[in-house]
Design a protein. Sequence first.
Length: 91
Amino acid sequence: MVYLVCYDITDDAIRLGVARILSEYGDRVQRSVFEVRVRSEADLYGLIERLKDTAEDDCDVRMYRLCRNCRQTSQTLTGEAVAVFPATIIV
């Protein structure tokens, strides 16, 4: 499962902590936006709990699930594909 996670956090230390956690799960695509991958619901809830432990109540962290079809049809302003899928997936 792939999620787009974006955040608006004013505190530098908290923002850095959230970015460090998210970088363990995926790639930064913009300054406060990550594409993260989780293998199961348990992994997702583990990520959410870690973020809750790091962020404060006034921090705005949002997670949007990106289905495969949504990722395949996403593009940049220049028309480049946002997601590139391998021809073979090894599990």
